[in-house]
Design a protein around this ligand. Structure first.
Ligand SMILES: O=C([C@H](O)CO)[C@H](O)[C@H](O)COP(=O)(O)O
Length: 409
C-alpha cells in the first residue's frame, strides 16, 4: 500500500497487483487497492491459464479494471475470459510471457478480440539477459491492438518502449524496490511523457556489465542470490578494498612459490589470482609479488595459505584476502599448476570464474552464471535498500518481513 501511494505520487496512472501479491493475499489485494485508489486503473495480473471466465469474474468483482490472461493459454480460455470480461465490464489483457512464438500469438490474440497485448519478459528470463524491446518492435509492426510492455523496465527502457509503440508501460522492480519510490516513478513518468528526450546509454560488453553490477552489490547480496552458496570459508580480508575480477587459478605446494609468482605474468588486467597453497605456515606471497601484480593491473589476490611482508602489502593497497600471515617464505621450486580447476576456501574455482571480495569475505560465481547471478544479486540489493528505508521510517525488521506469518510450518 505504501509503495502504491508513493508510486501514484510520482505519476503512476495504473496500479498492477502482481501475481505474487495475488497468490499471497488473494482477491483481497485487489479489494484493498480498489478502495484506496478509486480513481486509478487497477490491473490484476492473474496470469490465468484455465477457467478464464471464473478468474475474470473473481478479479472484476474484487474491483479490477483490467485482468491479465496468459497469452499462451488455450483459445477456449481466452475466449471465455473475454465473454466474462464483457459481462462484468472489465478489459482483458493477454500476456505474452513465455509464448513460444510471441509475434504470431500477438496476431492471433488481436483476432480473438483482447483489449491489450502485453509484451512481457518475466523476471527469471530477465536474469538470463532477455529484454522485451526488440520483440515489442517486431510485434508493433504486425498488430494495431494496444500494446503494453513489461520486463525489467526503467526510466531509460521505458522511453525506448514508448518509441517502439507501447501505450502502457508496466514497471515493477525498478519502482517497487527503489529506496525512493516516488522519485523512481517520476523518472519513468517523465520518460513516458517525453521519450525523445531520453538518451540510451551503451552498456558495453556483457563482461563489462557483469563487473559494473558486481561492484554495485555486496558479497552478501551475491551469496543470497546463490541461495547461500559460493562463499569461501576461512578466507578474510587482509588488505581491505572491494575486489571484482575473473580468476587465474594456482595450485601450489608447501614451501614452493614459483607458480604463484609465474601466475602474475599470465594474469590480465582485471583478473584476480586465486591460490591454493598447501601450507598455512610458509608464505607463498609477499610484498614483491604484490607490486608486480599491481604493475600488471591485477584486481586482487585470494590465498588459502599464508602471506608475509604485511606492512609492505598494506602500503601497496592491492586487495588481498587470505587465511594466514607468517614471516617465512619457501623457495621457487616449480611444482604446481596454473589455470587448472582448484578448491580454495572450500569452493571450486575455475579459470575465468568471477571472484568478488569485500569486508564480509570472498564469493565465487561460476563464469557460466555470471550475468544471471549479477542480475539476481542486484535484485537482492534493491530489496535491501527498500528494507533499510522502511526500517528508517520506524518499522522493525520482523514486522516489515512479516516473519511470524511466513515461518515454515
Ligand atoms: O508480472 C510480473 C512478473 O511476472 C511477476 O509477477 C511483473 O510485474 C512484471 O515483470 C513487471 O515487473 P519488472 O519486470 O520487475 O519490471
Amino acid at each position: 500500500m505504501e509503495i502504491a501511494k508513493e508510486a501514484v505520487a510520482g505519476g503512476a496512472d495504473w496500479i498492477e497487483i502482481g501475481t505474487p501479491l495475488i497468490k499471497s493475499e488473494g482477491m483481497d489485494a485487489i479489494r484493498t487497492m480498489r478502495k484506496a485508489f478509486p480513481d486509478r486503473t487497477i490491473l490484476a495480473d492473474m496470469k490465468t491459464v484455465d477457467t478464464g471466465a471464473m478468474e475474470v469474474e473473481m478479479a472484476s468483482k474484487a474491483g479490477a479494471d483490467v485482468v491479465i490472461v496468459l497469452g499462451s493459454a488455450d483459445d477456449s480460455t481466452v475466449l471465455d475470459a473475454l465473454r466474462s470480461a464483457h459481462k462484468y465490464g472489465v478489459r482483458l489483457m493477454a500476456d505474452l510471457i513465455s509464448a513460444p512464438d510471441p509475434v504470431k500469438r500477438a496476431v492471433d490474440l488481436e483476432a480473438l478480440g483482447v483489449d491489450y497485448v502485453n509484451v512481457h519478459v518475466g523476471i527469471d528470463q530477465q536474469m538470463m539477459g532477455k529484454d522485451p524491446i526488440s520483440i515489442l518492435m517486431e510485434i508493433s509492426e504486425k498488430v494495431s491492438v494496444q500494446l503494453a510492455v513489461a520486463g525489467g523496465l526503467d526510466a531509460e527502457s521505458a522511453a525506448q518502449a514508448v518509441r517502439a509503440g507501447a501505450r502502457i508501460v508496466i514497471v515493477g522492480g525498478n519502482i517497487t524496490r527503489s529506496d525512493n519510490v516516488t522519485e523512481a516513478a517520476r523518472k519513468v513518468r517523465q520518460s513516458v511523457d517525453s521519450p525523445e528526450s531520453v538518451d540510451v546509454r551503451d552498456r558495453g560488453t556483457v563482461d563489462q556489465e557483469i563487473r559494473v553490477i558486481f561492484r554495485e552489490v555486496s558479497t552478501s547480496n551475491i551469496s543470497d542470490a546463490m541461495h547461500r552458496k559460493g562463499a569461501m570459508k576461512g578466507i578474510h580480508p587482509l588488505v581491505r578494498g572491494k575486489m571484482v575480477g575473473t580468476a587465474v587459478t594456482v595450485q601450489a605446494f608447501a614451501g614452493d612459490w614459483a607458480k604463484t609468482v609465474e601466475a602474475i605474468d599470465i594474469a590480465k588486467p582485471g583478473d584476480v589470482i586465486v591460490i591454493y597453497n598447501e601450507s598455512k605456515d610458509i608464505a607463498c606471497w609477499g610484498g614483491l609479488a604484490t607490486l608486480s601484480s599491481l604493475n600488471k593491473g591485477v584486481a586482487g589476490v585470494v590465498i588459502e595459505g599464508a602471506v608475509r611482508d604485511i606492512d609492505e602489502v598494506e602500503n601497496l593497497g592491492l586487495p588481498i584476502y587470505t587465511s594466514n600471515t607468517v614471516p617465512n617464505a619457501g623457495d621457487p621450486k616449480g611444482f604446481g599448476e596454473i589455470n587448472a580447476e582448484i578448491t580454495c576456501g572450500g569452493q571450486a574455482v575455475k579459470p575465468g570464474d568471477y571472484i568478488i571480495g569485500d569486508e564480509s569475505g570472498v564469493v565465487v560465481v561460476p563464469k557460466e552464471r555470471g550475468y544471471e547471478l549479477a542480475r539476481r544479486a542486484k535484485e537482492v540489493n534493491k530489496t535491501e535498500k527498500r528494507l533499510f528505508d522502511e526500517i528508517r521510517r520506524g518499522g522493525t525488521l520482523s514486522e516489515i518481513l512479516e516473519l511470524k506469518k511466513w515461518e515454515k510450518h
